[in-house]
Design a protein around this ligand. Structure first.
Ligand code: ATP
Ligand code: MG
Length: 430
């Protein structure tokens, strides 16, 4: 297995190099920043391990640039929840919180090695994920679907709102399939995935000779979606300049290819989606108010998975079954204790994270029953336990301040013994 390690801290880099040199099966190459890594990493690498906070290009930007071509493990000193969610969105499946000992890293690499071997051995026929549509149900989901069903039958613009990984894309195609346009095209365009300078030609198309590379005329997504549904995904990332043009196209129901003076009539229903806070973006002058109103005729808020807990075990079971078949295992089972953990975890990456955790657990588990340890949720530092610890730390800090550092007084306010408060102060490094 050939592994790239990207780490700006020289001490960390050197000690990883030394520690890893004991493992002949892992061929390591280290890079001191993302730019060097982008130059040095080629198809022969099987795994990329990267820090997040680095000068120049940071780890998240780096992973984005790799474009899903490599499996990635993140190691980071301070995993803010936001960063973790972003990396799940980008397909990262494993995180290591610094400081970690070398064994933790070796184990993570071995897990990745095993996963890649199992995946390679699996028959290629079963396409990526056979999961389309909703794999579970809950009261909350049912009530969102009710709104979606009603909205689907109209031509009104729908704005799908919700955290990363809640299924906005799944909803968008559900709405299309249940609309009067179901037999017409569904065209999805992800604003975050297209370089800013190409968005216009992508959306509106161009005529031959419109710009240097335009050797042939090309229809844009608006035209391709004609008669059907246009799904504008991640609209929070839409460049400001393009927003006015989209608004005009929607209002006039007409577009113009770049380099053409001829208007083309279009008949589309628009569904858009974002996990960004558009109100903030409007306040900051990054998103046009008028476009927001045009897109937001019917807003649909998709609840996060932690508010749809009934779905967790249902989705888990379906993904478990699919993966056992895919990888040729006898049907496995999650132990009671691991089911409990799946229910307790707060899923910042929502259903996307659940699916990836279940798939990994199916591959990595040794026996018939999948144990909590085989879920590998603990070391993410995103579990509920940590949240409670954080809350406790903050509370103790506050009480200590108001007691002016008097531990005895603070312990009375907190209702705990002086000894246990002292222990906690030491643990939390207060
Ligand atoms: N109810 C569900 N049942 C099964 N799988 C689901 C469900 N909802 C979402 N998924 C799956 O979870 C993953 C994430 O869903 P999707 O891409 O729609 O999320 P999203 O809300 O668009 O997230 P983001 O804001 O990060 O783009 C996809 O693989 C999707 O198939
Ligand atoms: Mg999405």
């Amino acid at each position: 297995m050939k592994i790239a390690i990207v780490e700006d801290d020289i001490n960390m880099r050197k000690s990883l190099e030394i520690a890893m040199s004991d493992y002949k099966e892992f061929e390591i190459q280290t890079f001191k920043n993302a730019k060097d890594a982008l130059k040095g990493i080629d198809d022969s690498f099987n795994l990329v391990i990267t820090d997040i906070n680095m000068p120049g290009m940071d780890g998240i930007e780096f992973v984005k640039t790799l474009g899903g071509k490599y499996e990635v493990i993140i190691m980071t000193g301070n995993a803010t929840l936001q960063r973790a969610i972003e990396s799940i969105h980008l397909g990262v499946k494993d995180f290591l919180l610094k400081p970690f000992d070398v064994d933790t890293l070796i184990n993570a690499i071995k897990r990745e090695d095993k996963i890649q071997k199992v995946k390679k051995a699996a028959p290629q026929s079963s396409s990526k994920n056979s999961s389309s549509g909703f794999l579970g149900t809950s009261k909350t989901l049912e009530s969102i679907l009710k709104i979606a069903d009603k909205a689907a039958k109209t031509d009104a613009s729908i704005l799908l709102l919700g955290e990363s990984g809640v299924g906005k894309e799944v909803f968008a195609s559900y709405i299309h399939e249940n609309s009067l346009r179901a037999k017409k095209p569904f065209v999805a365009i992800n604003m975050a995935a297209i370089p800013d300078n190409l968005i216009e030609s992508e959306l509106f198309g161009f005529e031959k000779g419109a710009f240097t590379d335009a050797n042939e005329a090309k229809a844009g997504q608006f035209e391709l979606a004609n008669g059907g549904t246009l799904f504008l995904d991640e609209i929070g990332e839409m460049p400001y300049g393009v927003q006015a043009k989209i608004l005009r196209a929607l209002q006039e129901k007409e577009i113009r290819r770049l380099g053409s003076s001829k208007g083309i009539k279009i008949d589309i229903r628009v569904i858009s989606a974002t996990n960004a806070n558009l109100n903030d973006k409007i306040k900051n002058g990054e998103f046009r108010n008028d476009l927001y109103f045009r897109l937001n005729t019917i807003p649909i808020n998709i609840a996060p998975l932690r508010e749809r807990k009934d779905e967790i075990l249902q989705i888990t079971q379906r993904i478990l079954e699919q993966n056992c078949i895919k990888y040729g295992f006898d049907l496995k089972k999650f132990s009671d204790e691991s089911q409990k953990q799946l229910l307790e975890y707060n899923w910042p990456g929502n259903i996307r994270e659940l699916i990836s955790v279940v798939e990994r657990a199916v591959i990595l588990s040794e026996g018939y029953e999948i144990t909590p340890q085989e879920l590998f949720l603990e070391h993410r530092g995103l579990t509920k336990k940590r949240d409670i610890a954080e809350m406790e730390k903050e509370l103790i800090e506050e009480v200590l301040i108001s007691a002016e550092g008097n531990v005895e007084k603070a312990s009375k306010t907190l209702g705990m013994s002086k000894a246990s408060l002292e222990k906690k102060i030491k643990n939390y490094e207060l």
